[in-house]
Design a protein around this ligand. Structure first.
Ligand SMILES: Cc1ncc(COP(=O)(O)O)c(C=O)c1O
Length: 443
């Protein structure tokens, strides 16, 4: 394809998601094609992908094995109804996902996105407690600054104020929130897990005392929060959450929509941090984002309790999506998981993590930098906000990076980095050298 000849289409009809539509349409930024670590823009410029699309293209762009698997499947079985019928690839994909989940989480429910995975996990938690005769356990506890997608359940357990504001009165009732774990005054420029902050998990006991633990169905957190600006769990924090939830018979859900499939140098954050929850939500890198797909991994006992409590012949969980385990998505997942294994990409992420850490912390001292945090192949650079204009400086840095040939993500005044796991050491250098230059160039 000759990307240099891509014409900008009429932009009016599309209402773009999480986008300043008017600002964007006044100066559109279009990506026309991609390969490996690079995007090509509509006007033919090569852009190094510093964020794996949106945390999802872990194996790099347009991988032949995945593209061919999807094309083959589209010509073989385009669609099969997932309710009371099946097709081989969804079972095969589930087996492959289960094989790399923490031990015991070997029952897989397919969805089409992270948001659907979260709402599915919340519903499974309710179904589980009801099946055990504890239907009074209806409350959920999330965390401030948590992001769990855009469904009414996910927004309610989520902790990003602006995302909730317009929907506030209609959010799922019965939620409460742990405090966020980020404290720059105590843990600025932490490399890896901050030493400060494990005690914040004790807040869970306080919240449970208020609602009574017997009313609480589940606690949901991102083991490493990405969307709110890269919040790395303090040493000992996740362990405490596990201990407290187990003590009170409360399910622990890890939302691993960004961390599953190698981002932290292991298949899951649960494996990396050695803390096993009862459910894991995932999406993004499950099939390298080739076709929309998400999943929930469920501890077998939770699954069995729900399934075995239903009457023989009855549908055990009245939940699912027309496209759960879609043949194209499943084909992409199988090809992707094989590719991750063949190229040892999770191991590669672990090996590259120290290089990545050194490079991102090399940006310390550049103008506007307030904090830097990292783990695995994730990093965040928090900038001093411009007085009275929150987010404006990071937006400008994002634009400047793009102009200099690098795609980064920004949220508030935080730049976030999560490159494909195939990134080279030289490209890591290029990424952060560009960021440094961009920060020098902006006001
Ligand atoms: C932790 C987490 N949960 C849920 C979601 C929502 O995923 P989706 O946008 O696929 O609905 C995201 C998306 O970034 C996420 O980071």
């Amino acid at each position: 394809m000759d990307a240099a000849k891509t014409v900008i289409p009429d932009l009016d009809a599309l209402w773009m998601p999480f986008t300043a539509n008017r600002q964007y349409k006044a100066a559109p930024r279009l990506l026309a094609s991609a390969s490996g670590m690079y995007y090509t823009t509509h006007d033919g410029r090569q852009i190094l992908d510093g964020c794996a699309g949106l945390w999802c293209v872990a194996a790099g762009h347009c991988r032949t094995e995945i593209a061919e698997a999807v094309a083959r499947q589209a010509a073989t079985l385009d669609y099969a109804p997932p309710f009371q019928m099946g097709h081989p690839l969804s079972f095969e994909a589930a087996t492959k996902v289960a094989a790399i989940m923490p031990q015991g989480l070997d029952r897989i429910f397919f969805t089409n996105s992270g948001s659907e995975s979260v709402d599915t996990a919340l519903k499974i938690a309710l179904a589980y407690h009801r099946a055990r005769g504890e239907g009074q356990r209806t409350r959920f506890i999330g965390r401030e600054r948590g992001y769990h997608g855009v469904g009414f359940g996910g927004m309610a357990v989520g902790g990003i104020g602006p995302n909730r504001k317009a929907f506030s009165a209609n959010l799922m009732p019965g939620t409460d929130h742990l405090p966020a774990t980020l404290n720059i005054a105590e843990a600025a420029f932490s490399k890896g897990q901050p030493q400060w902050g494990a005690h914040l998990a004790d807040e869970l006991e306080r919240i449970l005392a208020l609602h009574d633990p017997s009313n609480v169905a589940a606690v949901i957190v991102e083991p490493l929060a990405g969307s709110a600006g890269v919040l790395v769990p303090p040493v000992g924090y996740l362990e405490k959450l596990r201990e407290i939830t187990s003590k009170h018979g409360i399910l622990l859900i890890f939302d691993e929509v960004i961390t599953a499939f190698g981002r932290l140098g292991a298949a899951t954050a649960a494996e990396r941090f050695k803390v096993t929850p009862d459910l894991i939500t995932m999406a993004k890198a499950i099939n390298n984002a080739a076709v929309p797909m998400g999943a929930v991994a469920v501890r077998r006992e939770v699954h069995d309790t729900v399934v075995n409590s239903a009457a023989p012949g009855a549908i055990e969980l009245l939940h699912g999506y027309t496209y759960s385990g879609h043949p194209l998505a499943a084909a992409a997942a199988i090809a992707t998981l094989d590719l991750y294994q063949r190229e040892n990409l999770f191991g590669r992420a672990a090996e590259l993590a120290p290089v990545f850490e050194a490079a991102v912390h090399g940006v310390r001292g550049a103008p506007h930098v307030k904090d830097i945090r990292n783990y695995g192949l994730v990093a965040g650079i928090e900038l001093e906000p411009r007085p009275g204009q929150p987010g404006a400086r990071a937006y400008e840095a994002f634009l400047k990076c793009l102009e200099l040939g690098v795609l980064v993500r920004y949220t508030g005044d935080i730049l976030a980095f999560s490159p494909p796991l195939i990134i080279s050491e030289a490209q890591i250098g290029e990424l952060f050298d560009t960021v440094k230059k961009a920060l020098q160039d902006i006001k």
